[in-house]
Design a protein around this ligand. Structure first.
Ligand SMILES: *[C@@H]1O[C@H](CO)[C@@H](O)[C@H](O)[C@H]1NC(C)=O
Ligand SMILES: *[C@@H]1O[C@H](CO)[C@@H](O)[C@H](O)[C@H]1NC(C)=O
Ligand SMILES: *[C@@H]1O[C@H](CO)[C@@H](O)[C@H](O)[C@H]1NC(C)=O
Ligand SMILES: *[C@@H]1O[C@H](CO)[C@@H](O)[C@H](O)[C@H]1NC(C)=O
Ligand SMILES: *[C@@H]1O[C@H](CO)[C@@H](O)[C@H](O)[C@H]1NC(C)=O
Ligand SMILES: *[C@@H]1O[C@H](CO)[C@@H](O)[C@H](O)[C@H]1NC(C)=O
Ligand SMILES: *[C@@H]1O[C@H](CO)[C@@H](O)[C@H](O)[C@H]1NC(C)=O
Ligand SMILES: *[C@@H]1O[C@H](CO)[C@@H](O)[C@H](O)[C@H]1NC(C)=O
Ligand SMILES: *[C@@H]1O[C@H](CO)[C@@H](O)[C@H](O)[C@H]1NC(C)=O
Ligand SMILES: *[C@@H]1O[C@H](CO)[C@@H](O)[C@H](O)[C@H]1NC(C)=O
Ligand SMILES: *[C@@H]1O[C@H](CO)[C@@H](O)[C@H](O)[C@H]1NC(C)=O
Ligand SMILES: *[C@@H]1O[C@H](CO)[C@@H](O)[C@H](O)[C@H]1NC(C)=O
Length: 421
């Protein structure tokens, strides 16, 4: 077995760094707890990190008595971790901060549609080129799947919580892989997967005006490039290729009408706001970049988005990107309507929200909304009860009837798919 490459120098050099910010009593205890859980490589990583000011801050943060959820890679995970990350202490500290979620998530009930998302400590802007709006921290997503195990989602390797322990107010989820931070849209659509190529083609063939705020110049770029490397904060509903195929004749008939095609695309896009699936519920309404309302509902067959008179099933929620989120849907939202004043007011309100400095969340994203969906306080008033027998929603007849709710098991469109009945 090959040992993972870590920078050994600082481990051995009797670390001469300031210790005043670290509660050593607590750090020693933590090391003991990690050792009891067999996490010897992680202890070595912690002492490596202890040699940098970022790493010391991280260690002092997780031992400051506040609750945290820590995804702790086990020894096998470190063995298989990418050496270009583990061998670079700056990258290692950045990636490791993606494993730490402030808050106590143990009370997070299994909520419909089962994805739990938490804000991590990862927000180092020097490591990526584009970010979420307002410099919001990147999130990590996890879910209990049909095997009754907790899987970390959006990982190239299916990453499973194989053990769980606590130390003080820390909850330690031992994972069998080192977690990778969200990758760009382009990297997320892998070349060996054809399910999204239809939409990608559309995005690449559409031009948008992009204002570079540094130069104050407007230029035309492809919509794909704008989403990939320029926009900070968005939500994109991406129809899979069978949805594109099914809409082929209507898309063909619109092809010569650029405005109509752009409106259809822009009705799949919320510009300026990254909205994860627990916030896409019956009570939420958002405005698309074309200025049209997007509405949502959840019932026992799944989670749905509606634009105009078209409703689509979200077949894979929460594909995380460094600068936004993608939800994969099974139907093209063919809505050629637009409302430019609604669109611009939505953008300016998103921009003003993004400038407000929001305190880090220490509860699952969408907690209050989702709580009422699956929890005991669920009442008939919402009409969207997750555990109900179909709910009262009118759109149920569409597309998904009789089908299992298809969810991805870990892996951005790379991992397998699993049908949950
Ligand atoms: C430790 O305390 C000293 C004096 O209060 C301060 O100058 C220094 O920045 C502190 N170091 C850290 C890492 O907090
Ligand atoms: C350090 O942590 C221990 C255990 O959590 C706690 O009892 C102690 O008060 C802490 N010390 C300081 C200086 O915060
Ligand atoms: C899980 O963690 C507990 C407590 O830290 C430890 O005793 C046990 O050996 C671990 N189990 C495995 C399979 O690593
Ligand atoms: C970090 O360094 C300090 C001082 O050198 C030491 O007391 C502490 O145990 C180290 N922590 C870890 C996790 O290695
Ligand atoms: C530690 O926590 C403070 C305050 O919560 C935060 O500002 C800082 O970025 C954190 N440090 C790291 C390395 O995550
Ligand atoms: C855990 O958190 C509680 C409430 O925030 C606090 O009272 C307690 O001291 C913390 N425990 C430790 C070991 O830090
Ligand atoms: C590390 O190397 C892999 C494969 O060679 C590459 O895909 C990845 O982008 C690299 N990561 C970083 C942070 O450089
Ligand atoms: C570590 O990674 C950072 C960010 O990618 C890079 O700027 C730096 O040059 C790397 N350091 C080494 C020693 O490779
Ligand atoms: C997802 O949540 C719903 C509602 O709580 C539950 O009925 C279903 O069994 C869950 N599915 C999985 C795979 O955990
Ligand atoms: C998962 O847990 C449920 C309820 O405890 C049980 O009925 C089911 O058989 C378990 N499934 C697996 C694959 O272990
Ligand atoms: C999390 O909170 C629950 C109750 O709210 C408590 O029972 C549990 O001990 C807490 N976990 C940790 C690690 O503090
Ligand atoms: C804006 O223009 C500057 C100067 O040409 C360039 O360096 C930068 O990459 C551009 N920003 C974007 C997001 O395209």
């Amino acid at each position: 077995m090959k040992a993972a490459t870590f920078l050994p120098l600082l481990v051995l050099s009797g670390v001469a760094y300031a210790q005043n910010s670290t509660n050593t009593t607590s750090v020693a205890g933590l090391v003991g707890a990690l050792s009891a859980a067999g996490l010897t490589q992680l202890i070595q990583v912690a002492s490596t990190l202890n040699g940098t000011s970022e790493g010391q801050q991280l260690l002092s943060n997780i031992t400051n008595g506040a609750p945290y959820l820590v995804f702790a890679p086990n020894n096998d995970a470190w063995q298989n971790a990418p050496s270009n990350v583990t061998g670079n202490i700056t990258l290692l500290a950045g990636y490791f901060s993606y494993h730490i979620v402030p808050g106590n998530f143990t009370q997070a009930s299994t909520i419909y549609p089962n994805v739990t998302l938490g804000e991590t400590l990862y927000r180092d802007p020097s490591l990526t080129t584009v970010h979420l709006e307002g410099g919001k921290p990147e999130v990590v997503a996890w879910a209990v799947r049909g095997d009754n195990k907790t899987h970390v989602l959006n990982q190239r390797n299916d990453s499973i919580v194989v053990n769980q322990t606590t130390f003080g107010n820390l909850t330690i989820f031992v994972v069998d892989h080192f977690l990778t931070i969200p990758e760009t849209l382009e990297a997320t659509i892998p070349t060996d997967n054809s399910s999204l190529t239809g939409f990608e083609t559309l995005l690449r063939s559409t031009q948008v005006e992009y204002l570079n705020s540094t130069t104050n110049q407007t230029s035309n770029v492809s919509f794909f490039d704008a989403l990939n490397t320029r926009y900070s904060g968005y939500t994109l509903f991406v129809p899979n290729t069978s949805a594109i195929d099914a809409a082929n004749s209507i898309l063909q008939s619109l092809a010569s009408n650029t405005t109509a095609v752009n409106n259809v695309l822009f009705n799949h896009w919320i510009n300026g706001s990254t909205i994860y699936s627990p916030l896409l519920t019956g009570s939420s309404n958002y405005t698309s970049a074309a200025g049209e309302p997007l509405s949502f509902h959840i019932n026992s067959t799944g989670q749905y988005v509606t634009s105009g008179n078209v409703t689509a099933l979200i077949i894979q929620p929460d594909v995380l990107l460094p600068n936004g989120v993608v939800h994969i849907i099974d139907t093209v939202l063919v809505n050629t309507d637009s409302d430019s004043s609604a669109a611009s007011s939505a953008i300016s309100s998103a921009a003003s929200v993004a400038t407000q400095t929001t305190a880090s969340q220490t509860v699952p994203i969408g907690f209050s909304q989702t709580e009422s969906l699956g929890g005991p306080s669920c009442t008939a008033s919402s009409g969207n009860g997750g555990s109900g027998s179909g709910g009262s929603s009118g759109a149920m007849s569409l597309s998904a009837a009789g089908k299992g709710f298809v969810i991805a098991v870990a892996g951005v469109l790379v991992g397998g798919w699993m049908t949950v009945s």
